[in-house]
Design a binder for this molecule. Structure first.
Ligand code: FE
Ligand code: CA
Length: 511
């Protein structure tokens, strides 16, 4: 539905009259005096000819239906408008807006903004992808994950906003569903208790999205997002919750709905019950194929949980033989097959954006036993990992790079089939980025385990930040950006390490 841009409130009233919704509009006239766009704007799911534009109206007395106008310009001053339209925001989707301009030109930047009830949003900047057959010189992107509100401020987003990025990949834990401990000393606290209902999750997203630094990064570039556990509940696995709650399916439905409502996802991704499709392929011209997957919705339950519970554990192989059951799956059989069909050997780079650490992380000295593993990550599904890596090798996928988060630590690693053979071929490179704010484990624990895992080139759990990348046909440059003071919203950031992957030579090298 398209409409003329009507900047005056009188014009909007006339539009409302024409649409026959005046009574509600007048009854809720106060809504027009609240800052409606205080959750900011966002864009995402970019394609060569379009992108999704997002906002959500917030107000205590919003009319049931609000016409939200949007426009897209070729310039920051909005002189050349190339697309515009109107979306109806309504309570069934939390007055969120998911506008989908089409017919945009490939590989260029655009600016967008919204207007409703006489108010105008901040302007956002976004871009389209290069055409499928184009040969772009580069792709500049970042990976980020785990922004627990009551674990730190968001200085990392401010640092990222200073980088010149085409794309942000958010790899999970956008919100945390838990309550903040009453006796805790956290300077920032979650409002309300643990999220269970749709209203709970909506309020939690509204709290996170109130942060100006997060808003600024959303307004700077398009994002592609996948979820991990905390968008729903810690350590969930399909319909199994860590506390074995019988009503978990209902909680999943609420969490999926709120997730879709609050991110720049297209209407086609709107969840059906618990199902939301997060597995996608995005081509950056001929340079790279980006593949996103969901390792939560269809996984087998974690092996050998603690008594009376589900969820993760850390186990010795000899106490938990089921760890080595080859039939266990992290992605589910249909998604495993979809991933096999998605690798593109004709493009020089394949990027796999997924949730967690893929490389083997053995916490036990190999001289003292067969291994000790955390069961929530790929180490809990070792044969599923082996199937994936064997498939990569047999398809001769050039330069596969696995991107992840979840573990609140920076890990840079080689991916291979035999972890115990230092001479085994490196099949792919892994960059698992640290958390924006969520606390990590003790660095001493990581330092103790690194000698048992020589394929891990770098491991730091004491850094908060993100990873920044520049991809060219011949090389991938990675920079690990870290904030100095996680509790200082204005903390400076620094470059903690740099790596490079050269095309044709799998495995990250120090740069
Ligand atoms: Fe996390
Ligand atoms: Ca997680």
């Amino acid at each position: 539905m398209t409409a003329l841009w009507t900047p005056s409130r009188r014009g909007l009233l006339q539009a409302a009259l024409a649409a026959g919704c005046v009574p509600a509009f007048l009854r809720h006239a106060d809504a027009a005096t609240e800052p409606l766009f205080r959750l900011g704007v966002a864009s995402g799911s970019p394609r060569a000819d379009g992108v999704v534009l997002w906002t959500r109206l917030l107000g205590d007395a919003l009319p049931a239906e609000v016409a939200v106008q949007w426009e897209v310009a070729e310039d920051e001053g909005f002189k050349t408008i190339v697309a515009r339209g109107t979306e109806q925001a309504e309570p069934g989707t939390a007055h969120s807006v998911h506008a989908e301009p089409s017919g945009l030109r490939p590989d260029r930047w655009y600016w967008y903004r919204f207007r409703a009830l006489g108010q105008e949003s901040a302007a956002g900047r976004t871009r389209t992808t290069p055409a499928a057959d184009a040969r772009p010189a580069s792709l500049r992107f970042s990976i980020a994950s785990c922004q627990r509100w009551d674990h730190g401020e968001y200085a990392a987003w401010s640092d990222m906003a200073k980088q010149d990025l085409d794309l942000v990949l958010f790899l999970g834990d956008y919100i945390y569903e838990s309550a903040t401990a009453i006796d805790g000393k956290a300077p920032r606290r979650h409002a309300g208790g643990a999220c269970h209902t749709l209203d709970d999750y909506r309020a939690r997203y509204a709290q996170y999205k109130s942060d100006p630094r997060l808003q600024a990064m959303h307004a700077k570039a398009p994002w592609i997002l996948i979820w991990d556990d905390h968008e729903v509940q810690n350590d969930w696995a399909g319909d199994v919750s860590e506390d074995l709650a019988p009503d978990f399916h209902q909680r999943r439905i609420a969490a999926a709905q709120a997730y879709w409502e609050h991110q720049p996802f297209p209407a086609s991704m709107r969840p059906k019950g618990v199902d939301i499709v997060l597995s996608h392929r995005v081509d950056w011209g001929r340079l790279a194929r980006l593949i996103t997957i969901d390792d939560r919705s269809w996984r087998d339950q974690q092996v050998c949980p603690k008594p009376g519970r589900a969820g993760s554990n850390t186990v010795n192989v000899k106490d938990c033989p089921d760890l080595l059951n080859p039939r266990r799956t992290l992605l589910g059989a249909p998604q495993e097959q979809w991933l096999r069909d998605s690798w593109d050997a004709t493009r020089p780079w394949n990027l796999l954006a997924q949730q967690t650490l893929m490389t083997r992380f053995n916490a036990q000295d190999p001289a003292k036993g067969p291994g000790r593993y955390w069961t929530d990550g790929w180490d809990g599904y070792p044969f599923a990992r082996e199937r994936l890596l064997r498939d990569l090798a047999s398809r001769r996928v050039p330069n596969a790079v696995v991107l992840g988060g979840d573990v609140h630590a920076n890990y840079v690693a080689d991916l291979k089939l035999d972890w115990n053979d230092e001479k085994a071929a490196v099949l792919a490179s892994e960059f698992c980025g640290t958390s924006i704010s969520s606390a990590g484990r003790e660095q001493s624990q990581v330092d103790k385990a690194l000698p048992f895992n020589p394929h891990i080139r770098y491991g730091r759990s004491d850094q908060r930040g993100y990873m920044r990348f520049e991809l060219q046909a011949g090389r991938l440059d990675a920079e690990l950006r870290s904030v100095q003071s996680p509790w200082d919203a204005d903390s400076p950031s620094f470059s903690a390490a740099r790596f490079v992957v050269e095309a044709g030579r799998p495995g990250p090298q120090p740069a």
